[in-house]
Ligand binder design. Structure first.
Ligand SMILES: Nc1ncnc2c1ncn2[C@@H]1O[C@H](COP(=O)(O)OP(=O)(O)OP(=O)(O)O)[C@@H](O)[C@H]1O
Ligand SMILES: [Mg+2]
Length: 474
């Protein structure tokens, strides 16, 4: 039987003490004895001496437990048991067997009886059989409840991933899979790497909410955003009077995140002195507030994020190797958006739906040219940039339709490069310039090379280097 089949029973049966028990035996003195005994112990017994009457009763009302004799005139107890199970699979049956009737007992157990008592039996033996059944049912109900809870979480999670975590590319699917697998271990440290705006914090949240720490805090902290003098107190807390401004005791982020997940954003920006203290806290699972003398036990999962190459920083003595090893039990790398073009369209639609709802606007019509444009754009700011682009376009759009010019605000057809958005990565910028030049010259390579100020051969080499295809639009 599937656990879920037990549901009606479990829902109905909140209070195990008040079990409704049907007693079926053709000998009245036996049913009288049992019901009297059970009624006194707080059960709700109903006794019948005719098996057919018993079945009729079962058709009209459910019972938690049936106690039935095996040998009865008119119907064999095994046959009765099968019919009971047919009517109410969730109803348990305890059989009363005659002396030396072991074969029938085995047959009854195979047909789904939960227990049996042998005649002649004492009432205590009967009581024990009922208690065993109750215990069994309670265990099953707990198991079902926990199964239910788990399946509920995973359904919620599935919805959350579908609703908030968008991506069709194999790369992003792998990221989700890694995040969910990692979530199952509640302690593993995770290092999430990726350029700005690729979704590192989103992945960190996904891990937290998919883990058993989900009822506790997800606490993000960014060392780069906190003045260096306050860092230690932000992380580990302080005692009143520990320094001039410490007027009260203050909890640090480790304590605030206790039981949950501490998300250390931009981990590379952490000063070396704090790195040493962080390592100690992680290794000992204890923190000491500034100005305090007592250490506090903490239990947190650490997820850190960086857009820098930590190995390079380690080589330059800017990051501790031992801390790096402590943080990177699992490493999840999110590739930049330009390397997963399959995600562009679904993400764009997602943000359009999101902003339509947020700004109370109808879903706009989309100029198909936009897809072409975004596919040839590099998105140095990754998903965040696309999100901002969609928001801006929706604000600028007219007549409920999105046009290329709403996305790429341009003078004379060029994609504008606002200073704040300049991508200083030479390779990426070179690739982008070459793509733009080719497009502007309608993929005439001689003209494009001229525009770029390089030879035709150089253009060819660079195209090969960056994998830029030449396509003409007719
Ligand atoms: N796969 C995705 N699906 C839906 N939204 C996404 C996805 N990836 C990123 N976003 C959205 O893009 C924005 C940036 O994501 P997030 O803040 O997680 O990036 P980040 O890598 O932490 O960036 P930074 O390095 O700048 O801190 C957020 O609004 C986030 O919700
Ligand atoms: Mg972030």
């Amino acid at each position: 039987m599937y656990l879920s089949d037990l549901k009606p029973y479990i829902l109905k049966h909140e209070d195990m003490e008040r079990m409704k028990i049907l007693i079926i035996d053709d000998e009245k003195p036996i049913t009288d004895k049992i019901s009297h005994y059970l009624a006194k112990r707080g059960y709700e017994p109903v006794a019948v001496n005719d098996p057919m009457e018993g079945l009729k009763k079962l058709q009209h009302e459910p019972f938690d437990l049936v106690i039935s004799d095996i040998m009865m005139p008119g119907i064999n107890g095994i046959e009765l048991l099968k019919q009971v199970k047919n009517l109410h699979p969730e109803t348990e049956v305890v059989m009363i067997s005659g002396f030396g009737d072991m074969n029938t007992v085995i047959e009854a157990m195979r047909a789904g009886a939960v227990d049996y008592v042998k005649k002649p039996f004492s009432l205590v033996e009967m009581q024990l059989a009922i208690e065993r059944t109750t215990k069994f049912l309670k265990l099953q109900s707990e198991l079902l409840a926990s199964e239910d809870e788990r399946s509920l979480i995973s359904r919620q999670l599935e919805q959350m991933i579908e609703r908030d975590f968008i991506g069709d590319s194999p790369a992003i699917k792998q990221v989700i899979e890694m995040a969910l697998k990692t979530a199952r271990d509640k302690d593993a440290s995770v290092l999430i790497t990726g350029e700005n705006g690729t979704g590192k914090e989103l992945v960190a949240r996904l891990i937290h909410y998919a883990s058993e720490r989900d009822k506790k805090q997800f606490y993000p902290i960014n060392a780069a955003a906190i003045p260096e003098t306050l860092l230690e107190s932000e992380f580990f807390g302080h005692k009143r009077g520990a320094f001039t401004d410490a007027r009260d005791d203050k909890k640090g982020c480790f304590e605030l995140a206790n039981g949950g997940t501490l998300f250390l954003d931009e981990i590379s920006e952490m000063p070396l002195t704090l790195q040493a203290k962080l390592l100690r806290a992680l290794e000992e699972r204890k923190v000491k507030p500034v100005g305090g003398d007592r250490e506090i036990r903490v239990d947190v999962r650490i997820i850190s994020a960086t857009n820098k190459n930590l190995k390079e920083l380690i080589g330059n003595n800017k990051f501790r190797l031992d801390l790096y090893h402590r943080l990177n039990t699992v490493v999840i790398n999110i590739p930049p958006l330009r390397e997963r073009s399959e995600d562009l369209k679904p993400l764009m639609h997602h943000f359009i739906r999101y902003f339509s709802k947020k700004k109370n606007l109808p879903i706009p019509k989309i100029d198909p040219g936009i897809y072409h444009e975004i596919e040839h754009y590099d998105f140095p700011g990754n998903v965040r940039e696309l999100r901002n682009m969609v928001e801006r376009a929706m604000i600028l759009s007219k007549d409920n339709s999105l046009k290329v010019s709403d996305f790429f605000i341009s003078q004379n057809g060029h994609i504008p490069v606002a200073e704040a958005n300049i991508n200083f990565n030479l390779d990426q910028t070179e690739k982008k310039l070459i793509t733009l030049a080719l497009k502007k010259c309608n993929y005439n390579q001689v003209k494009a090379a001229e525009l770029l100020g390089i030879s035709r051969d150089a253009l060819k080499r660079k195209r090969q280097k960056y994998g830029i295809e030449v396509k003409r639009s007719f």
